[in-house]
Design a protein around this ligand. Structure first.
Ligand code: SAH
Ligand code: SF4
Ligand code: F3S
Length: 468
């Protein structure tokens, strides 16, 4: 496998923009405004990629639609993290035969993480003839030329070569939100946790240049963005591939010093690389939200070793202790996997005791799903499914109790929150820690920071009222 990052040149990006113009001209000559629909699965990285796809589509003259029915282009931006996620995509892809029958000119693409799996692109080639093209995340920047190919020839477009990965700057973007935006600071992953498919489908770790990240953040803030979430599979290893002497904490500090009223969040932090320097930096700057998503995956050091996580239970707990000592108000969230191959009943208990000890505000909980090509898929897994389901239910019950207790503790306190939208008859807002608050108010408050006094709580959210 090629392990070198491909930096796409400005000329190459311009070449793609020329395809956008040609596609635009093609539709103009037909006197039609075409429609495009992008369906996104998976994590924020895919959401961020979909915003770029919409940008390229808009540049090519497409109006962005909110359903596949009647759309001239449909893109499925997919997730490969668990088998269930893939089954859903294949189901929905199959259903597109009907929309295409009603609109035979419809062009259908599959991209994202599933497109990086050779078995998937082969299956599409053979069994899904109504799909016009497949491109992996490394080839996202080439989408305009692929679209041109399927519009102007009968050929299907497959751009799925196995590569270390690319970085393309300057692609157009249609953001789905003006207030809260994602900024990818790096792509790919080098960690090869034994259960995880991401390094295989998203390539090696590669960082954007600090000035490119800073410029994007500056532009967003100047155009009214109030919350920036920096994205990467392992943000704490930002910069290692650049050798510029800038690490993630340095980058955060630089962004935090930009002028304007905004908050910075980031995800995801790998405990292996999270440093005291990072927590000190978070503590120092008021514009960095005191919120940390720090996946632990398991509370058992033996299981963590089998997962290739490079930290043990004690090291993880020590990190959390330090982070809480410099940021007493820190809101912690995490990811955890139940039923990793060979996880014993005692090891599962260690996961529960870790949760009790840390007391997360909320958790993303997963049952282990074997992914073909990863080492864990080949490990012996004697625990019956029913037993795993039972463990999963116990874990969720424990976390729900903790979330409820923490949320109850918020009642009576006042938080500065970003009002970010409306949900039926109430406004929604987020605390600095990222907790959802519902309260009564008028739409003119959307986009402003308000002090909100918490008056009630549930497991999942808070209710409150405006306070002086
Ligand atoms: N880069 C991030 C996680 C990305 S995937 C990190 O390392 O923290 C998001 C979460 O999906 C992971 O944290 C893990 O908990 C879960 N996950 C990944 N692969 C999985 C699998 N094969 N089965 C079940 N859960 C999985
Ligand atoms: Fe997957 Fe591990 Fe990389 Fe996260 S750090 S994306 S879990 S391999
Ligand atoms: Fe899924 Fe890819 Fe994200 S596998 S979780 S969309 S990086």
């Amino acid at each position: 496998m090629n392990t070198k990052t491909t930096r796409i040149t400005p000329e190459q990006v311009e070449g793609q923009m020329a395809f956008c113009q040609k596609i635009h001209a093609l539709w103009l000559s037909r006197g039609i405004t075409p429609k495009a629909y992008v369906e996104t699965y998976g994590c924020q990285q895919n959401e961020a990629d979909s915003e770029r796809l919409r940008g390229m589509l808009a540049q090519s003259g497409y109006a962005i639609a909110d359903e596949a029915e009647g759309a001239d282009v449909v893109i499925m931006n997919t997730c490969a993290i668990r088998e269930h996620a893939e089954q859903r995509v294949f189901g929905n892809l199959g259903a597109l035969t009907h929309t295409k029958r009603r609109h035979p000119e419809q062009k259908i693409f599959l991209c994202g993480c599933m497109a990086g799996e050779p078995t998937v692109s082969e299956r599409i080639k053979k069994s899904f003839p109504h799909v016009n093209g497949v491109f992996s995340t490394h080839h996202l920047w080439e989408f305009p030329s692929l679209l041109w190919q399927v519009l102007t020839s009968k050929k299907r477009a497959f751009a799925v070569a196995d590569e270390a990965g690319s970085i393309a700057e300057g692609l157009p973007v249609v953001r789905s939100n003006n207030l809260k935006n994602w900024v990818s600071i790096m792509y790919g992953c080098n960690n090869f946790c034994t259960y995880c498919i991401v390094p295989y489908v998203r390539g090696r770790e590669r960082s954007r240049l600090p000035e490119d990240v800073l410029n994007e953040c500056r532009e967003l803030i100047e155009s009214g963005c109030r919350e920036i979430t920096l994205l990467g599979q392992n943000v704490n290893s930002y910069g290692k591939d650049l050798s510029l002497g800038v690490d993630f904490a340095d980058l955060l500090a630089e962004i935090a010093q930009l002028p304007g009223d905004f908050l910075i969040r980031f995800m995801t932090s790998h405990p292996r690389d999270a440093s005291k320097k990072l927590f000190d930096t978070m503590a120092k700057y008021s514009k960095i939200a005191k919120q940390l998503h720090l996946p632990f995956q398991s509370g058992s050091s033996r299981v963590l070793k089998a997962m290739n996580r490079h930290y043990d239970r004690e090291q993880y707990l020590e990190l959390v202790r330090y982070a809480k000592s410099v940021m007493p108000e820190l809101v912690l969230t995490s990811d955890v996997i139940v039923g990793f191959p060979g996880e014993t009943a005692e090891e599962f208990e260690e996961t529960l005791t870790l949760i009790e000890e840390v007391r997360y505000d909320s958790l993303f909980t997963f049952i282990f799903s074997p992914r073909i090509g990863t080492p864990a898929a080949k490990m012996e897994d004697p625990t019956p499914k029913a037993e795993k389901n039972e463990r999963f239910a116990r874990l969720c019950a424990l976390q729900n109790r903790i979330s409820e207790e923490i949320h109850e503790g918020y009642v009576g306190k006042t938080f500065r929150c970003l009002v970010d939208g409306r949900d039926k008859d109430v406004l929604t807002a987020r605390t600095e820690g990222g907790r959802l608050v519902r309260f009564a108010g008028c739409d003119s408050l959307i986009g402003t920071y308000q002090n909100i006094k918490i008056t009630g709580s549930t497991t999942w959210s808070l209710t409150g009222e405006l306070s002086e």
